[in-house]
Design a protein. Sequence first.
Length: 295
Amino acid sequence: MDVKLANAPVSWGVDYAEDPKNPPWQKVMDEIAQAGYRHTELGPYGFYPTDADVLSKEFASRSLSVEAGFVFQILHDPSRTEAVLDNAQRTVDLLAAVGGRYLVTIDHISEERMATAGRRDLAAKLDAPRFEHMIGLIDRIADIALAKGVKPVIHQHAGCYIEYEDEIEAVLARLDPERVGICADTGHMSYAGIDPVAFYERHADRVVYFHFKDIDRDVHQQVLAENIPFLAAIEQKIFCPLGSGIVDWQGLAGALQRHGYKGAANIEQDIDPLISIDPLGDARKSLEFLKSAGF
């Protein structure tokens, strides 16, 4: 099955451009290529060079092509609107200039929801005014992407206000499927109790991009039993190389084959860079596993 398999700075612990724990961007880009990937994502805006000509040359020198970028911002707080839109515009401009096809939109994690990640019975719901604001803001981000020929996709994420199945379905119901697609994240869905294979089967016509992740079964069970917050779960290495966790990769491969999926998938492993010391090795393991599973 032909799926473009990518990897990205997040697998090296890069979630924020200015984090002092980040490894050098050159090292990350080098190791993505060394691990055997030919496709990648931008990472957070500002981690890689923001001059499109410079960045294009850096990717080309490593035989890497860019599939996507992301907006990982606080979508549920009206006071952050202008900052979110500014980040989206900068990201889209750079993404389009280097040939990226998808803009992944993610509500940022919050202290309130990280405390109950994976536990729908404990999670506080977003009130109606903030939900309406979030929907409108996602639409405005979609306008920015579409104006540059980039496809906007919505991403469900543990520890944020679009986490559980009812929440992602409520958001999808309000967004025009002709405008906004889905980036299905197999690990974050599994964390939240969503079966990613069944979800894809229901929404195959709208899922145009994937984040391939896996989670450790034992750590996940402990996290749920002990109400361990999301960031602490990452420190306990809940995200693991693909094939060593709970995701049904053979089932997903079969579903993608049945529906004729021809897109891309970004392999990710959310890590703490001070604890996970071999992202290159893990990236290789994940790629080798997927190839053995028929991808």
